[in-house]
Design a protein around this ligand. Structure first.
Ligand code: HEM
Length: 512
């Protein structure tokens, strides 16, 4: 309580100081961005809650237009409310160098060794960030989405997962999310080190780590720790969370880095970690000054994959599964496609993917409808005149994905699940330059665009195609006959860093 009080007083003092300073330095970089005034001194601080952010941001978008600014104490937060503005901010030559940095966070500085890795990397246009992205993408491709060997591994993992699902006989109700989490954790471990190293204990480690980062990454925790970093060393909830996270970080390092280095064989790339270790050894042998691939960097990249790779993919797959479960007609449509393209005597492969536009459209629509989107801030590193508006230096710039994906002007019927919107009259996927495709921004854009998109989408295809080839999936009903509701506005859907359904029960029925 005392800590919260002190942090409040410090914040107010800091705010007054910065407000006076910003008054003195008004640079006239365009007109002020419209937005709510909020309450004196605090601005919109009290409505800025993670689970409610999408509603608040959408409400302000509807009221103020394509760009909205909120004030949280002394800080400014801008929401970009159209795909066009997001694209311009992150990709246009005039703005991209100024709007692709990330804010400094307590988590990044303390647990990613000074914001190393990709996600927390502070400078979106630094040569190091460019180099890292290139290597990360190459490492993922070398093992992740570029090689048929990985497809075989995914298929084996899907078979294992389906065995677990199969234990639940027709009509027997079960929870799907823990099974999916387990399966994705196994895949993560194969992607990282080439073998299924994830015991049950490791599966819990991944998900506990994610949960703890979510907690440490909340605006409240972040603000308090920035004001009182010494709390890290004291007893109490803040220190205890930090110590817990530190212990988990050590366990992840042991699992993916120490053990991988011990069994490393030059010339043999078993997974992403071997690729990175190989690059590290190359830098050492070349006696390179200012090395990129230090152990700290390698760990930060491990954390990136655990965070960015697991939480998002779990959410995206759960969303698609949830939508399909509630729209049986689309299960049938995909099954018609599967019967025509794949038949019943072999497994679906990634080569079938471009002949299955309905499955692709359902995947895209479920991501739009429930908006898996990650809440990831960019930071303005300069005062920018953005399309006539003044974005001040150090403003947090968010893409308002929720609003963009539910904007009635774009989608017409945004609250209806209708995958056909992504198909043309012949049933083919709309071309990339179609306005609807351009408004689908689930993986971000430009320099910070998701490096795992291709891997994530191919995995989703294989999981869904394999399951639907064999089964139909139904939502379970409780004793009163009611079941969970698949609607982005329903309380059965949870919007946090990503959006996904709350734990739900289902049952399956064999197709043949
Ligand atoms: C359906 C699943 C996924 C979704 C919806 C998703 C979405 C996103 C989004 C919205 C961003 C931020 C873009 C921005 O800041 O403007 C991002 C960044 C990132 N994603 Fe993904 N992602 C997914 C899967 C993955 C996977 C499987 C991996 C890796 C194995 C991955 C690795 C990353 C990394 C490293 C970044 C940071 C890039 C940077 O800051 O330069 N993601 N992702």
């Amino acid at each position: 309580m005392l800590v919260e009080l002190l942090s409040g007083i410090c914040a107010v003092l800091l705010y007054v100081f910065i407000w006076l300073k910003s008054k003195a330095n008004d640079t006239g970089h365009g007109i002020p961005i419209p937005g709510p005034k909020g309450i004196p001194l605090f601005g919109s601080l009290f409505e800025f809650e993670l689970g409610n952010l999408h509603n608040i941001a959408s409400k302000h978008a509807a009221e103020f237009g394509d760009i909205v600014q909120l004030r949280l104490l002394h800080e400014h937060v801008v929401f970009l409310n159209t795909a066009d503005f997001i694209r311009k901010a992150y990709m246009d030559e005039r703005y991209k160098r100024f709007l692709n940095d990330r804010p400094v966070t307590f988590y990044g500085e303390n647990f990613q060794y000074g914001s190393k890795g990709l996600i927390m990397n502070k400078r979106g246009y630094s040569p190091r960030h460019a180099q890292l992205r290139k290597h990360f993408a190459k490492g993922l491709k070398a093992y992740g989405d570029g090689v048929t060997a990985f497809e075989d591994i995914i298929n084996r993992e899907i078979s294992d997962m389906m065995e677990v699902v199969r234990l639940h006989k027709d009509h027997e109700v079960f929870e799907f999310l823990p099974i999916l989490e387990n399966s994705l954790s196994n895949l993560l471990s194969v992607l990282m080190c080439g073998e299924k190293r994830a015991t049950n204990e490791h599966v819990s480690l991944f998900w506990d780590y994610i949960e703890m980062v979510n907690y440490v990454g909340t605006p409240k925790f972040d603000t308090i720790m920035k004001f009182f970093p010494f709390l890290k060393y004291l007893p109490g909830p803040y220190g205890s969370a930090c110590r817990k996270l530190e212990r988990m970080r050590e366990q992840l390092i042991d699992l993916f880095l120490t053990r991988q280095k011990e069994s490393f064989m030059p010339g043999k790339v078993r997974g992403l970690m071997d690729y990175l270790i190989h690059e590290q050894l190359k830098e050492i042998s070349e006696n390179k000054q200012d090395r990129l691939f230090t152990d700290e960097m390698l760990f930060a990249l491990i954390a990136d994959v655990v965070l960015a790779g697991l939480i998002t993919t779990r959410a995206a797959m759960a969303n698609m599964f949830f939508c399909l479960m509630h729209h049986l007609e689309y299960q049938f449509k995909i099954q018609n496609e599967l019967d025509r393209v794949v038949g019943r005597n072999r497994r679906p492969t990634l080569n079938d993917r471009n002949q299955m536009p309905m499955l692709e459209a359902v995947a895209m629509e479920s991501q739009r409808y429930l908006t898996t989107g990650v809440v990831m801030a960019h930071l303005a590193n300069e005062d920018v005149n953005f399309e006539g508006f003044h974005i001040k230096k150090n403003t947090f710039v968010f893409p308002n994905m929720w609003y963009v994906h539910h904007d009635q002007k774009i989608w017409g019927d945004p609250w209806t699940f209708r995958p056909e919107r992504f198909l043309d009259n012949e049933g083919n996927l709309l071309p990339m330059e179609h306005p609807l495709r351009k408004s689908w921004v689930i993986f971000g854009m430009g320099r910070r665009h998701c490096v795992g998109e291709s891997l994530a989408r191919s995995r989703m295809f294989l999981y869904m195609a394999n399951m639907l080839q064999k089964w139909n999936i139904f939502p379970a009903r409780d004793a009163t006959g009611s079941c969970c509701i698949c609607d982005p506005r329903s309380s059965d859907v949870e919007v946090k860093i990503v959006t996904s359904p709350k734990p739900f029960k289902c049952y399956i029925r064999k197709r043949w």
